[in-house]
Design a protein. Structure first.
Length: 280
């Protein structure tokens, strides 16, 4: 009889242990409720884009995408100390989601038909445009002003080539390995303008060491609808993120994040886009 009591008690303990394991075993699975049980969520961001996703010297993270990701994770039930940010470079974003390395990605991730074949998107949460960054006081105010000027973009980017082919055929294209090098070249006078998404340009220009030195030309050379990438088929998470984004806009947190991260560059942002509406 005593043996049966011990066995029953052990079975109860084992059942409780299995239940706890089932609830907390997968850090990447969001229950949609409080995560006070100690679980974590992995979120993909960029680590090298000031104003959007930047890993700082002290190990913290800052930028608009970081603010959006943190807000969304909170609405999914996670506190800031339960968020693990993972660097997701552009070429690896689809694979990171497919492998389950991250729950979602907020990393200047433009929604395109090609990408929608591989991942699902929540949002969009920002409408950006290809633009030019020039020195404050520059006489470059329109695309054709680039004829005879030196235009910088990063190796492998199509931004500068698009400007050359469609607007300023006499522009002199300069390629660097990263946008930080382009910005430094603009500061030194080695180039006359830098081109990529206006949000990326604004983020660099808003850095303390560059404040007041640069301005955006305000050209809208393309429409870039930034979305939050989610593993293909995970409709439940997409719906939860969309609800979170709508709340972020309605309670004023979205505009506050835009002003904090891009304001110093005089970034003229578009109004918050409507969920599911893609501007071509």
């Amino acid at each position: 009889m005593k043996l049966r009591k011990v066995t029953a008690a052990s079975a109860a303990v084992l059942a409780l242990a299995l239940t706890a394991t089932a609830c907390g075993g997968d850090d990447n699975k969001d229950s949609g409720s409080s995560s006070s049980g100690g679980g974590k969520i992995k979120v993909g961001i960029k680590f090298d884009q000031p104003g959007l996703g930047l890993k700082q010297p002290d190990g913290s993270y800052a930028g608009f995408d970081v603010d959006v990701a943190t807000y969304v994770a909170k609405q999914l039930g996670y506190k800031p100390d339960q968020i693990e940010f993972v660097e997701t470079k552009s070429a690896d974003r689809e694979n990171a989601l497919a492998r389950g390395d991250v729950k979602f990605i907020a990393a200047t991730y433009s929604i395109t038909d090609e990408r929608k074949q591989k991942v699902d998107f929540a949002g969009p949460y920002l409408l950006a445009h290809q633009d030019l960054l020039v020195k404050t006081g520059s006489d470059i105010s329109k695309g054709t002003d680039l004829n005879g000027k030196k235009l910088c973009s990063v190796t492998g980017s199509t931004s500068a080539q698009n400007v050359h082919d469609t607007i300023a055929p006499k522009a002199q294209l300069k390629e660097y390995s990263g946008y930080s090098e382009c910005i430094a070249a603009l500061q030194s006078g080695a180039v006359d303008a830098v081109t990529t998404d206006d949000s990326i340009l604004a983020g660099f220009a808003a850095q303390d060491k560059y404040k007041g030195q640069f301005k955006l030309a305000g050209l809208k050379l393309s429409n870039e609808n930034y979305g939050i990438g989610v593993k293909k088929g995970d409709t439940a998470t997409v719906n939860k993120i969309n609800t979170a984004l709508e709340k972020m806009v309605s309670d004023g947190s979205w505009q506050k994040a835009v002003a904090a991260n891009f304001g110093p560059a005089n970034y003229k942002n578009e109004p918050a886009p409507k969920i599911g509406v893609i501007v071509k």
